[in-house]
Design a protein around this ligand. Structure first.
Ligand SMILES: [Zn+2]
Length: 313
């Protein structure tokens, strides 16, 4: 597709899928390949989005004169929340743990690590509240994110031979699922759509809007895959479970985020020793550290690519 045609599609998509929080200019800017001027950046993020306190102007190195690189924005998405608990796991002490709590703890730590490195962070939620699956991408777009990272906890299929034995971590990007296992995770995570009741909740007649969103996200396929590989590779060094690899699936939460986007399944809550680790302070700190490091590596590499190997502007 030529750049011109892409822009025309982007404009069409903006008209069709635009929401109050998503201006056509923002969509066109994303589709044009990330050459966004600071002026195009919305001054405030979406109403539901929360920029954490540490991301004050004083903590914005890129705003300082002589800063080498522009400041990056990363959207940190804690899966589930509120009435949507996500999966329920069990620790070896037989304490039930909920996915929504584990994802929020890790997301908070991840946000803090990224902010400490000078990244602007927007979290889709900072408390135990329900944010619709279809509202998360628009929050990311309104904040003009450079990357979207969704944190989730895996659950074994009860029909497996030995479901409680399944463990390990995997990182997804948006593309057609290729295996039964990828379809299982996409179905499991997309089930949260049942809690979406807002104006952006999917309608049966929204096939065109969905297709255009998919096309806009497609622009970022290679970057999303690169980000997923980097995160997956980094986790191998800290995670006690096996690497299940980089995976792909039709994940609704990633469809509407028009930027490099991944979903990390940090471990199986259905395995007791893995539930122990992902619910522990030390496990969560190691997960957040690793994902933050990988995200920073990815962003640095992205900068080098777009500046053609120079040290940045
Ligand atoms: Zn989940």
């Amino acid at each position: 597709m030529t750049a011109n045609l892409r822009l025309r599609f982007a404009f069409l998509a903006a008209v069709l899928v635009a929401t109050p929080a998503l201006t056509p200019a923002a969509v066109a800017g994303q589709a044009a390949g990330g050459a966004r001027s600071p002026a195009a950046r919305p001054s405030a993020s979406a109403s539901q989005a929360a920029t954490s306190p540490a991301a004050s102007p004083a903590a914005s190195p890129a705003a300082a004169p002589g800063a080498k690189r522009r400041q990056h924005t990363v959207i940190v998405d804690a899966g589930h929340g509120g009435v949507d608990r996500g999966m329920t796991g069990m620790t070896s002490a037989r304490r039930p743990v909920y996915e929504k709590d584990i994802t929020l703890s890790i997301a908070r730590l991840l946000a803090a690590r990224l902010e400490a490195a000078g990244v602007r962070v927007v979290m889709t939620r900072t408390a135990d509240t329900l944010i619709g699956l279809y509202d998360r991408g628009p929050i990311a777009n309104a904040a003009d994110g450079d990357a979207f990272i969704s944190i989730h906890v895996n659950a074994a299929n009860p029909n497996w031979k030995d479901p409680s034995a399944a463990r390990g971590f995997e990182t997804y990007f948006l593309a057609e699922a290729r295996t039964e296992d990828e379809r299982r995770v996409a179905e499991m995570e997309n089930a949260s759509v049942q809690y979406d009741t807002g104006p952006r909740a999917p309608r049966n007649d929204d096939a065109l809007g969905f297709m255009l969103s998919d096309m806009l996200q497609n622009e970022h396929l290679r970057e999303s895959s690169d980000l997923a590989s980097t995160i997956q590779q980094g986790l191998r060094a800290v995670h006690p479970g096996p690497s299940r690899g980089v995976k792909q699936g039709n994940l609704v939460v990633l469809v509407k985020a028009f930027m490099p986007s991944v979903l990390v399944e940090v471990g199986f809550g259905s395995n007791r020793s893995e539930a122990d680790w992902i619910a522990s302070a030390s496990g969560q700190a190691q997960l957040a550290d690793s994902i933050a490091r990988s995200t920073l590596d990815y962003l640095a590499r992205y900068d080098r690519r777009v500046t053609g190997g120079s040290s940045g502007k």
